[in-house]
Design a binder for this molecule. Structure first.
Ligand SMILES: *Cc1c(COP(=O)(O)O)cnc(C)c1O
Length: 481
């Protein structure tokens, strides 16, 4: 029997053995150089980054290039950045990025098995379910809750709002009202808008002197909205605000939600994992009473960016909010098998995310995470004590978690402008990197201590640089007058 000729075989993407090893070794060397020098790298470096960024504007290469040349370009691009993985990064919300998580991703992407549905790789799907169960236990959330891993807190908040909407409101949901606080993260309002709510349906309530939601204001707002025939359905409380680490009075809010039959979502993207630290139940009481809880392992579990989590108390609500079936997947839905992530989340195909958590948690053990969270809380308290005692500095709140909001009050002149200059002067030393925010209409600096690479020596450098720079700037201001 004669065959027609077969189509010409394409260029192979499977590298031959020696090339495979060479490319891999080059990448490993690159990665190890990063890990081993992170502590010594400056806290930031944007010198000459413009032309470097511009050099990456280029057409797609028609032919392949050697790995060494590519890595050396990449190394320059990495260097010209805020060192958000380094010990001096005290800005926004640091995370650090545990190296074994990168190895977990490497292994997961190399095996490239399918975990969107559980039937194709049941043991791998089980690993991810187990990781979610560990996260649930770490923060004391009730047994029977269902979790998903997301790319971050923003997507967790979006999924929570949509789940609450689909569970508590009719198909036409436009009378539904959501309650949050003025200190809620902007991803909450963004998620509500993406979930289809008009801006007018959001109630951003004022906060108390420690930046926490006031249950009496919440109760009043709910009553007013009911009187106007609107439909209160969701309260979003903070377990650690991004600005100051404020923890809303969740037990009182949970009581109110139970009485009023409202869904309680707790945004613990920054603060949730502090529940694992010694004294965590005292720091974050009541989060176990939430209907849904956002956690960000890429913050409080020190993982690399791209790791968020949502826990939902009523597993069935998550499934019903996301349930849809495709005929072409009919072979893959086995009765009685583990719940499929595609049936309880917005995604279908995605990477095997569970391994980036499983590997570091197994390698280090939970006790190591608990101890690191303890250290961060103690460092924040130490920094607060130092700043409180430093002449001219004023702290806006005692740390509720690991954020210290503060400002310097100059002898004269505009305090907001002074603090902006102070931050620049501290950054110019390149040992630490801070960020600012606006609180009660004032420009405020903040230290957020959450990287596993940040220890006492670096926090002491931050205090030293702040005190030195403030003294220099304040005396310059005085001598100009
Ligand atoms: C960081 C943060 C978010 C957003 O999470 P991403 O992971 O950046 O998407 C939401 N809420 C709070 C309180 C946060 O700190």
């Amino acid at each position: 029997m004669s065959h027609r000729p077969l189509p010409r075989r394409a260029v192979s993407f499977d590298l031959p053995g020696d090339r495979l090893r060479q490319v891999t070794d080059a990448c490993v060397a690159f990665a190890l150089r990063q890990v081993e020098t992170i502590d010594a790298q400056p806290s930031w470096d944007h010198d000459g980054v413009g032309p470097i960024a511009a050099s990456f504007r280029e057409p797609p290469p028609e032919d392949g290039q050697p790995i060494e040349a590519l890595l050396s370009r990449l190394e320059t691009a990495v260097a010209k950045s805020l060192n958000s993985a380094g010990p001096g990064y005290l800005a926004y919300i640091p995370g650090g990025g545990l190296y074994p998580a990168a190895l977990g991703d490497y292994l997961a992407l190399t095996a490239n098995r399918y975990v969107g549905l559980s039937a194709p790789a049941p043991a791998l799907a089980q690993i991810e379910h187990t990781v979610l169960d560990w996260l649930r236990r770490m923060v004391g959330f009730p047994d029977g809750a269902q979790g998903i891993l997301t790319s971050g807190g923003s997507l967790s908040n979006l999924t929570a709002i949509i789940t609450a909407r689909r569970t508590r409101l009719p198909e036409n949901f436009l009378s539904g009202i959501l309650y949050l606080s003025e200190e809620s993260h902007h991803s909450v309002a963004k998620a509500a808008l993406l979930a289809g709510f008009p801006e007018g349906n959001l109630r951003a309530l004022p906060v108390d002197e420690r930046f926490r939601m006031r249950p009496d204001d919440l109760e009043r707002a709910i009553r007013d909205d009911r009187r106007r025939s609107l439909t209160p359905f969701l309260v979003i409380a903070n377990a650690g605000t991004t600005n100051t680490g404020a923890v809303d009075p969740i037990p009182a809010i949970a009581d109110l939600c139970a009485r009023e039959r409202l869904w309680l979502h707790v945004d613990g993207a920054y603060g949730g994992f502090f529940r694992l630290a010694p004294g965590g139940e005292r720091l974050l009481p009541g989060i176990e009473r939430a209907d849904s809880l956002t956690l960000d392992p890429h913050k409080g579990l020190f993982l690399p960016y791209g790791t968020g989590c949502l826990l939902v108390r009523d597993a069935e609500a998550l499934r019903e909010a996301h349930g849809s079936r495709a005929g072409y997947l009919q072979d893959l839905h086995e009765a009685g098998s583990l719940v499929s992530f595609a049936d309880i989340s917005p995604e279908l195909s995605r990477e095997f995310r569970g391994l980036r958590l499983w590997l570091p948690l197994k390698l280090f053990g939970v006790a190591a995470f608990r101890d690191n969270l303890r250290e961060k809380l103690e460092l924040a308290r130490w920094a607060w004590e130092e700043l409180r005692r430093a002449p001219g500095f004023e702290c806006l709140d005692e740390p509720q978690l690991s954020v210290v909001p503060f400002r310097y009050v100059p002898k004269s002149g505009d305090a907001d402008a002074f603090n902006a200059r102070l931050m620049q002067a501290v950054h110019a030393r390149r040992r630490v990197f801070l960020s600012s925010t606006t609180l009660r209409g004032r420009y405020v600096l903040r230290l957020c201590i959450l990287s596993f690479r940040t220890h006492g020596d670096r926090v002491a450098m931050a205090i030293e640089d702040l005190i030195d720079c403030a003294r220099e700037l304040d005396s310059e201001g005085a001598s100009r007058r």
